[in-house]
Design a protein around this ligand. Structure first.
Ligand code: NAP
Length: 350
């Protein structure tokens, strides 16, 4: 067993505690990664809040780092290589979806980077708010040269989560795309959609983000609280990509979708209520998607490198993780917190 250090939620609190974390000894096709930077995703907050006041959890599923060791059958990486890791660290590899490169929809459910079940020993995976992670090398990606490793970390969850639906919808020049919710996912959706040549509009409850929306590549920000402008924009978008993290009424967003267009829900993943008439009129589509498979993730990283596209981040020493989670909870982030895990090398001041 290898021992590292990380930040753990105990009993569902965001006041994470610094604790020793066990990592497995390397299996034949494993690599060990020194985690350098890990993004703070709203899913981390949902997961902590969802613990029901019980158990422990080490969050973190979008990180970049440096390979420190490789198993005897791990041939893609060597110590010193820079890598990126996302929300999946294993899958069955043989089901139709895995064979199609959609490991995110593995029939046996992919092994999540935290809170997942290891396919070999049945232990619960512990995430990237740690100094070391051990995983099958097949689920690590070379971090392209030229990408800042801190600002690239959020690409591995927020980035691929918005890349996949934009690609699936064939977004390109001439597409009219609206991104609902300008947060971690939303701001990367704006950047990718604009880079694909689409005309992008941000739908936000926060009109004060208008200048940021334009700087990110959007043509405009439409305040969702402005009934008149929402009415004027009815039927305007081929794709509405909804990244809003909380439950909300879908009707106003469906009204914005053009005939034969799509509302894709990637934000709030719970139950929703829909009036089918809002789909029927204009033959609109309602869908959802989860992160992306390995080929799409590699493609996304290559595109990001080619276009120098990374997240807008606020970098904090990992000891300030509770502050990051608290501010994320109240929407006070522009646009992704990233933790610098190097402070875990020093001995615990407490
Ligand atoms: P985030 O940074 O907190 O951004 C969420 C944005 O949603 C906020 O910035 C805000 O934007 C808007 N919002 C929040 N509460 C709202 C409310 N009550 N009503 C209306 N708008 C609200 O979160 P994130 O990290 O981007 O994650 C967004 C969601 O995606 C989370 O629920 C997360 O769990 C989910 N997620 C899904 C996948 C997947 O595979 N499908 C992957 C990763 C994350 P404005 O201020 O601009 O309105």
């Amino acid at each position: 067993m290898r021992i590292t250090t990380g930040w753990q939620s105990t009993d569902g609190t965001t006041a994470l505690r610094r604790v020793p974390i066990e990592r497995r000894e390397l299996r034949a096709d494993d690599i060990a990664v020194r985690v350098d930077f890990c993004g703070v995703c709203h899913t981390d907050l949902h997961s902590i809040n969802g613990m029901g006041g019980q158990g422990t959890l080490v969050p973190g599923h979008e990180f970049t780092g440096t390979v420190t060791a490789a198993g005897p059958e791990a041939h893609r990486f060597s110590p010193g290589d820079r890598v990126a890791v996302g929300t999946i660290v294993d899958s069955c590899g043989v089901c139709p979806m895995c064979r199609a490169g959609q490991e995110n929809y593995c029939d046996e459910f992919p092994t999540l980077t935290y809170g997942g079940t290891d396919r070999v020993d049945g232990t619960t995976t512990q995430g990237g708010y740690t100094r070391e992670y051990v995983l099958r090398e097949a689920f690590a990606y070379p971090l392209p040269e030229g990408l800042d490793p801190a600002a690239a970390a959020p690409l591995m969850c927020a980035g691929i989560t918005v890349w996949d639906p934009l690609r699936t919808a064939g977004v390109g020049p001439g597409s009219r795309v609206a991104v609902a919710g300008l947060g971690g996912l939303g701001h990367l959706a704006v950047k990718f959609a604009a880079a694909f040549g689409a005309e992008v509009t941000v739908l936000s409850r926060t009109p004060g983000k208008a200048a940021d929306a334009r700087a990110l590549g959007a043509a405009d920000l439409l305040p969702t609280t402005d009934d008149k402008r929402m009415q004027q924009a009815r039927g305007s978008f081929d794709l509405v990509l909804d990244t809003i993290s909380a439950p909300h009424d879908l009707a106003p967003l469906l009204h914005l979708v053009a005939p034969d267009g799509t509302l894709n829900l990637v934000g709030h993943l719970g139950e929703v209520s829909v009036d089918v008439m809002d789909l029927l009129i204009g033959r609109k589509k309602l869908t959802s998607s989860g992160i992306g498979g390995r080929p799409a993730t590699a493609e996304m990283l290559a595109f990001a490198a080619e276009h120098s596209l990374t997240a807008d981040i606020e970098l904090l020493p990992s000891a300030r993780v509770a502050e990051a989670l608290t501010r994320l909870d109240r929407g006070d982030v522009r646009y992704r917190f990233v933790l610098d895990l190097s402070d875990l090398d020093a001995s615990d001041p407490d």
